[in-house]
Design a protein around this ligand. Structure first.
Ligand SMILES: [Zn+2]
Ligand SMILES: [Zn+2]
Length: 431
């Protein structure tokens, strides 16, 4: 008799071209009449009640067992996990640190994680609907085939996608409310982010990118620099000024400011906002480091500003460019001058925002963004001006605030889209 370990399972669906391991795992489970979570518990007794992100955390043991039961080779299975991008998207993965471009998916303990994206129209056209491994890369925000934004959460209940928590197969469904994702609607991206994506995917597949005067660097280095710039545009005190600078240079990247919420961490951004910010950051990386340096100088950033937000190592091509081209913060006399300008504005009963200070002084200074009051669109959730709507009950305001927060958006943006939909108005577009 054959040892039990070598007996194939009856259901052995093939791993599809570009399919992620978790997607295939769920289909294998279903083909053998099991829920993915049950399949996982049988393979890993004593493991977590719900499997962790298998695209990242599948170890050789799990892969070998799956290979032994399905006849798919371990190496092929490995290529359907984040191993595929080892030395390409990241240098190596110790399983502990955050990976810049591969955020967690599903739930990590109590935290909802939106690292699994999907194109509903691809799913609708698939003979066998499956999740692509590329949809895990967070610089991918739109589908090149359907030219629509990917979804990163259930449109009905806002839960993150988690194919491993699904109860049934035959498609990709919200594990929580059962919505069929292939029937979900999807919007066009606010800017044309597809050429940027294509360039980044090329960088990833060839393993290197030419960075202006620094010559070719590893793809993970180029992607690390992109990530650092994304963070500068996504949040922090120069975020708005940088967005303005890019929009002024490149009108195709000008979007209404409220499209982009102020969030510290790129991974927390909505797909919509990320599509713009990644495209902006990629634009700033062209002609490295000159364009980036011009932007940083244009908004009054010092080398300290550019480097202090970095946790962990920063690549040489970044640190060196910053070191050589950006000066230290301006001295006290400028600061006093800006503070005096702020007093003038306050005595007029105006708020001393960056823009107002700039107008008053007829130019910018390094300390201005430090001294400036936040503009209204940077206000906390639900605390902005748009709440001056007489007759809207407190519970509706509170519910709207929570709903907007859950969908990862600013209340104003969320409300705007909702009202436009209700009144059949065109959605907010780039001018
Ligand atoms: Zn698609
Ligand atoms: Zn749902």
């Amino acid at each position: 008799m054959q040892p039990i370990a070598n007996v194939f399972w009856p259901g052995r669906p093939a791993l599809l071209e570009g399919e992620s391991f978790s997607s295939w795992f769920a289909r294998v489970a279903a083909a053998n009449g099991l829920r993915p979570a049950d399949r996982y518990r049988i393979l890993q007794p004593g493991g977590d009640r719900n499997p962790r992100d298998l695209d990242r955390y599948s170890d050789v043991h799990l892969l070998s067992m799956m290979a032994g039961k399905t006849g798919v080779s371990v190496e092929t299975l490995k290529q359907s996990t984040f191993h595929r991008w080892s030395g390409l998207a990241f240098e190596r993965d110790d399983g502990l640190v955050k990976l810049d471009w591969l955020p967690p998916a599903g739930r990590e303990r109590a935290k909802r994680c939106f690292g699994q994206q999907a194109c509903p129209r691809c799913l609708a056209e698939d003979a066998v609907p499956f999740l692509r491994l590329d949809w895990r890369l967070s610089f991918i925000t739109a589908c090149p085939t359907h030219k629509c934004l990917l979804l990163d959460r259930c449109p009905a209940c806002n839960e993150p996608f988690s194919v491993l928590r699904q109860d049934r197969y035959g498609g990709v469904f919200c594990w929580s409310c059962g919505t069929n994702i292939s029937l979900a609607a999807s919007d066009p991206p606010p800017v044309n982010c597809l050429p940027t994506q294509e360039d980044l995917l090329t960088t990833l597949s060839q393993g290197w990118k030419t960075l202006g005067s620094y010559g070719p660097v590893y793809s993970f280095t180029a992607l690390r620099i992109l990530f650092l710039i994304v963070r500068l545009i996504a949040g922090g005190r120069h975020a708005y000024a940088l967005r303005d600078w890019v929009a002024n240079q490149e009108s195709r990247l000008a979007v209404p400011p409220e499209t982009l919420p102020r969030v510290r961490d790129g991974a927390l951004l909505t797909v919509r906002a990320r599509s713009v910010i990644v495209t902006m950051a990629h634009y700033l990386m062209e002609d490295w480091p000159h364009r980036f340096v011009a932007a940083a100088q244009g908004v009054g950033m010092s080398s300290r500003d550019v480097r202090k937000r970095v946790d962990g190592a920063y690549p040489f091509a970044y640190a060196d460019a910053v070191e050589w081209n950006l000066t230290e913060p301006s001295n006290g006399s400028t600061r006093d001058e800006v503070l005096a300008a702020k007093d003038v504005l306050l005595s007029r009963g105006q708020s001393a925002t960056y823009r107002k200070l700039k107008e008053l002084r007829g130019g910018k200074a390094g300390t201005m963004s430090e001294v400036a009051d936040p503009a209204a669109d940077g206000a906390a959730w639900g605390k902005g001006r748009y709440w001056k709507l007489d007759g809207v009950s407190p519970e509706v305001k509170e519910a709207a605030r929570i709903a907007a927060h859950r969908s990862g958006e600013n209340v104003g943006v969320w409300l705007d889209r909702l009202v436009r939909k209700e009144l059949n108005m065109p959605s907010m577009r780039v001018s």
